[in-house]
Ligand binder design. Structure first.
Ligand SMILES: *[C@@H]1O[C@H](CO)[C@@H](O)[C@H](O)[C@H]1NC(C)=O
Ligand SMILES: *[C@@H]1O[C@H](CO)[C@@H](O)[C@H](O)[C@H]1NC(C)=O
Ligand SMILES: *[C@@H]1O[C@H](CO)[C@@H](O)[C@H](O)[C@H]1NC(C)=O
Length: 361
């Protein structure tokens, strides 16, 4: 009798695990644009774990997201009809929660291992991929290897990487080691060739739909305006980095897609998406696209956003939250573009097309 009940209990428990929800799983890799709290568990200076970070988050408290509220992955999860993925290092990422997906991102990292060394202990991209393998073993022991593989193959992936290889490496200090080693076009080639290996590995590990964001207009962020611009114009040197890097990214993704024989990789032209509201903030309901909401110094672009910083009264009329990262409201505009924009922004297709194509009966 007891065994029967135990058996029935297990059957139901397992049945529930096997069909967790209608939503596909979601996996996130990359840097602070998409980190949702992994760095809280690390001894690093790249962190967003004190107010006013999180001031507009549902709990009104900091979570490790580099935003006043939600970040890009959170808003994508809303579109998937799923709860936000947990940071991979969170102790709550157990059992059924694993089936929602996971976020492996870590603020400060880049394509290259020497990017972000000043932040000390962060999860470099090769380690993020190792954690993803470990994740798959854990899901496999939960639901079996076939189900685990299906969950990964049907999932959506997001990777935001590369901006730090410029702002936190090549251009971090004048005469940086990398800038003495490479001129800009050769450096871009080097970063791109390493990124291609990372993306090929992600495909090998089972990813079949990967949204890859190019770098934003690095020369226009409040930090760079504060450090490099006299007049408030975007810094031409950092803009040039993005102008060289982003088209090369599109090329390697199309090479990877033809190797795979499928549209695995989709690029979002984050540069253009940001430039739209940077050049015409009023059209998007912003009072400024130059001054960060939280910070100090010119353009609120110097140092970190801390409890001592000056804070704008209304976060939804600012494009930039801190010296580098968009506000929740700007993130929403960007994700709307991911979903529905034309092929000038989303190539070879937008996210709503992907979601419709992959929808199960
Ligand atoms: C970065 O480090 C990882 C792990 O040590 C290594 O596998 C990888 O080849 C390194 N990448 C580069 C570009 O040196
Ligand atoms: C912030 O600005 C938005 C957009 O202009 C407006 O709808 C909202 O009421 C403002 N919030 C506050 C608290 O003033
Ligand atoms: C993007 O998405 C919309 C649906 O929201 C669709 O009508 C449109 O054709 C798509 N554009 C491209 C270029 O795929």
């Amino acid at each position: 009798m007891e065994t029967w009940l135990t058996l029935i209990f297990h059957f139901f428990a397992l049945g529930k695990l096997l069909v967790p929800s209608e939503a596909r799983a979601f996996f996130v890799f990359g840097d602070s644009l998409v980190d949702n709290g992994n760095n809280n568990y690390l001894a690093t200076t790249a962190r967003a774990d004190s107010l006013p970070y999180g001031i507009d988050y549902p709990t009104h408290s900091p979570t490790g997201r580099f935003s006043n509220g939600l970040n890009l992955p959170d808003i994508i999860s809303e579109h998937l009809g799923a709860e936000s993925t947990l940071p991979y290092l969170s102790p709550d990422l157990q059992g059924e929660k694993l089936l929602v997906g996971a976020n492996f991102a870590s603020a400060g990292i880049g394509v290259l291992n020497d990017t972000g060394v000043q932040f000390l202990n962060i999860i470099r991209i090769s380690q993020q991929l190792s954690y993803f393998e470990q994740y798959q073993d854990r899901v496999s022991s939960l639901v079996g290897p076939d189900q685990a593989q299906q969950l990964v193959n049907e999932a959506l992936f997001l990777i935001a990487l590369g901006g730090n290889d410029f702002v936190n490496n090549y251009y971090l200090v004048p005469y940086s080691a990398r800038s003495r080693q490479y001129d800009l076009p050769d450096y871009v080639e080097y970063v791109i060739s390493e990124y291609k290996k990372i993306l090929a590995r992600l495909h090998e590990l089972g990813a079949r739909r990967v949204l890859v964001t190019g770098t934003g207009p690095l020369g226009c962020v409040p930090a760079e305006l504060a450090m490099r611009s006299r007049t408030g114009e975007c810094d031409p040197e950092l803009q040039r980095a993005g102008e060289l890097y982003n088209p090369r990214l599109v090329q390697i993704l199309s090479e990877l897609n033809s190797d795979a024989g499928a549209d695995v990789f989709v690029t979002a032209n984050a540069f253009k998406m940001h430039m739209d509201f940077i050049t015409n903030p009023e059209a998007y309901g912003f009072v400024t696209s130059k001054v960060a909401c939280c910070g100090q110094g010119p353009y609120n672009g110097l140092g970190f956003c801390t409890p001592a910083s000056s804070l704008c009264p209304n976060r939804s009329v600012y494009a930039f939250w801190d010296a580098f990262h968009p506000t929740e409201r700007a993130n929403r505009i960007i994700v709307d573009q991911f979903m529905t924009a034309s092929d000038e922004y989303m190539s070879p297709m937008n996210l709503s097309t992907i979601l419709a194509m992959d929808a199960r009966e």
